[in-house]
Ligand binder design. Sequence first.
Ligand code: M6R
Length: 361
Amino acid sequence: EKGGYKHFMAKEIAEQPVVLADALRHYLPKTGLNLPADLDFSGVDRITLIACGTAHYACAVAKYWFEQFAQIPVEIDVASEFRYREPPLSERSFAVFVSQSGETADTLAALRYCSERVAKTVAVVNVPTSSIAREADIALPILAGVEVGVASTKAFTAQLLVLAVMALKAGNDRGTLSPEQIAAHSDTLLTLPGLMNQALTLSEPIARLAEQLAEAQDILFLGRGPMFPLALEGALKLKEISYIHAEGYASGELKHGPIALIDRMVPVIVMAPHDRLFDKTVSNMQEVMARHGMVLLASDAKGLAVAGEGTWATLQLPEIAEPFAPILYAVPAQLLAYYTAVAKGTDVDQPRNLAKSVTVE
Ligand code: M6R
């Protein structure tokens, strides 16, 4: 049932263009944004996004979208912290719970805490019959199909897609995005399956680079803007299946500490599409190169033309409009983790000490 792939994770990474195409057919049909009418953001004063692990990083990316598109204050938190903090909540707010399994104990407890305190609870889940789906006021399935690998891959990009469509709806409901802007962003989302197919052709060069990454003790991931949470996700994916210590940082934080780690032995993976913040990220990258760090720059043709020189390696992604780049760059981040783990010979689908669904806190 691995469909000719060596691991479920490889199969699930490769499935993403089809998974996103399915989710797009549902959430972005020709008639426009397709979300329940009662998911109306017009009177909402705050959105709280709660999850664990990879799903939390999907929320962290979505914060950029909700703020930019809908001008709503957004709070994100890991469920295990949120639930015991017992934070004050506004009756006019929405609380959104993101979970592949829909059974994560901390996320479910956070949902129960919110249910009587906010205007609406929304579940973004892969398993439609799960506890989180059943207990939320509104459940939005991500339509990713069964995910077997403990390392979450297709569920992450499908979560991002649903959150992106929600953020566009929020912009629509609040009048902060024009119909033209919504159409332009929707068009970008619709290009994702094709762009992801192109990104998947990076498997071979990534497998070659992974031979060297597998030798590392520590690996850093850097990103800015919505690419910062993707750096966190890239590091989580790598550490959970290859057991190599990895950290994600906001590029601008480099000189506030982590740059002290840099030497010839530390690979630094920079996820930087040629966007508005590109020059800033490149100057951080050059600080790493000046200290002989091994920089791997993932960017598009424009970015690599400007900044590819002198790096240890480059990966060329297709161009994509700014806010949605994390969905596309998730593919090389996942492939880097996968092939590094394969090079190390670890158990990719069943990494030590981890369970697919964390139903105890
Ligand atoms: O089922 P959930 O999405 O609620 O699970 C949350 C985390 O346990 C999960 O994303 C975990 O971090 C993955 N192993 C990451 O690949």
